[in-house]
Design a protein around this ligand. Structure first.
Ligand SMILES: [Zn+2]
Ligand SMILES: [Zn+2]
Length: 395
């Protein structure tokens, strides 16, 4: 009795998943997910259906290749194939293999399908395994030892970079110590100094690229009367960029009036560590419903401090960099107070983190019970893998 019921439910579930996949394909095709504030169609599916990211990924993978696998899709709709089975096929099977796998999947388990897909000859089989580069380190009381194993070409790149940095250091050294007596002159910089200079140069470049990164700082200059800001030695910022950058003053803001600096804002607007911990304690992830990001969060001022908003718990929420930028560029709207946050998409529709799931109002899909694939021991010796067709040549 129980197994009969399981079979009936399994058939219905397959049919339901089949329909879910069709709907997702339609949402994706119309790019409807962008308006919801979600980062991706998979993110939207995970959020609105309350699924793991793995399951959501399977759904979007199948949805993305629905046109290529009409028979597999139809079998799902009729309750005869499961989402995971079709997911394996859509994940890696070659174009044109719909019929082949629709037949195979009728009897093959998910694992057997994985094997079958792996047996497909690949157009570009790697002649040799890639040599493995590696970086390892071990520490003793005083030092850490790094072992860097690189392919010759990468190694040559490192050599050249080190040589260039060493040369620059030696030039600076000669310039700085030209007049010094030979006994007081520090030793010439070597490979170690060149290596550290290389690291710092890379780090500086990263600072320029990711101003909000945890280990980076940028400097901005803000004219308090004109409400204009520019990056230090860099370009003028738009209003949105200025408010975004100065919202969580992880950057160092210098205030100017009539062209004169009147002070640095780092200490006043910065969310100090205590406040930040309190914010994390209140809500440890990005405040946008369905996001869940926990890394590199910015403290966003609900009322920007330019407009008199205080830097305190009631006026701050943590946002991931993506949603923080999206808010400041008008993609979503976040309004306080922090305890009763409202987040709306660009149509003004409120976003909530609840899944869309509700008790069914329609009868379940009318499909026959499904007892799953037979999953008999597969004899791969006799299995004929799908042979991808060579691409048509335009001669
Ligand atoms: Zn902000
Ligand atoms: Zn977010």
């Amino acid at each position: 009795m129980l197994f009969e019921e399981l079979a009936e439910l399994a058939g219905q579930r397959n049919a339901i998943d089949g329909r879910v996949v069709e709907i997702v394909a339609e949402i994706d095709g119309d790019r409807l997910w962008g308006a919801t504030g979600a980062r991706s169609i998979a993110g939207l599916v995970a959020w609105r259906l309350g699924l793991s990211s793995t399951t959501a990924k399977t759904i979007t993978t199948v949805a993305g290749r629905l046109d290529e696998f009409p028979r597999c899709a139809e079998a799902m709709r009729e309750g005869r194939l499961s989402l995971d089975q079709v997911g394996v096929i859509a994940g890696a099977a070659a174009e044109g293999s719909d019929e082949h796998y629709a037949q195979l999947a009728a009897v093959a388990t998910v694992n057997q399908l994985r094997t079958a897909v792996k047996l497909e000859p690949r157009p570009d089989p790697d002649p040799r395994p890639e040599p493995t580069a590696s970086i390892t380190k071990s520490s003793d009381e005083h030092f850490t030892t790094w072992r860097i194993r690189l392919p010759h070409i990468e190694s040559a790149k490192l050599d050249a970079a080190l040589a260039s940095h060493r040369e620059a250091l030696i030039t600076e050294h000669k310039h700085d110590h030209a007049g010094a007596l030979s006994g007081q002159r520090p030793p010439l910089p070597g490979t170690y100094e060149a290596f550290m200079r290389l690291v710092e140069a890379g780090w500086d470049a990263e600072v320029a690229r990711r101003p909000h990164g945890q280990h980076t700082t940028v400097i901005a200059h803000l004219d308090v009367e004109q409400r204009m800001a520019a990056l230090h030695l860099g370009p003028l910022l738009t209003d949105a960029e200025r408010q975004y950058l100065t919202c969580d003053a992880t950057c160092e803001v210098w205030f100017h009036r009539a062209g004169q600096p009147i002070g640095a804002g780092r200490t006043t607007r910065t969310v100090n560590r205590r406040l930040r911990r309190a914010l994390e304690h209140r809500h440890p992830s990005c405040a946008v419903p369905g996001c869940g990001a926990t890394r590199g969060l910015h403290a966003h001022h609900l009322v920007h401090w330019e407009n008199g908003g205080p830097t305190d718990l009631d006026n701050l929420v943590l946002l991931c960099p993506y949603h923080h930028r999206l808010h400041h560029t008008g993609g979503i709207t976040i309004t306080g107070p922090a305890t009763h946050l409202t987040v709306t998409d660009n149509d003004g529709q409120p976003l909530t983190s609840a899944s869309l799931a509700r008790p069914p109002t329609k009868p379940p899909p009318d499909v026959p019970p499904w007892t799953g694939p037979l999953g008999e021991r597969a004899d791969w010796w006799w299995y004929d893998p799908y042979q991808p067709q060579p691409p048509p040549t335009n001669n």
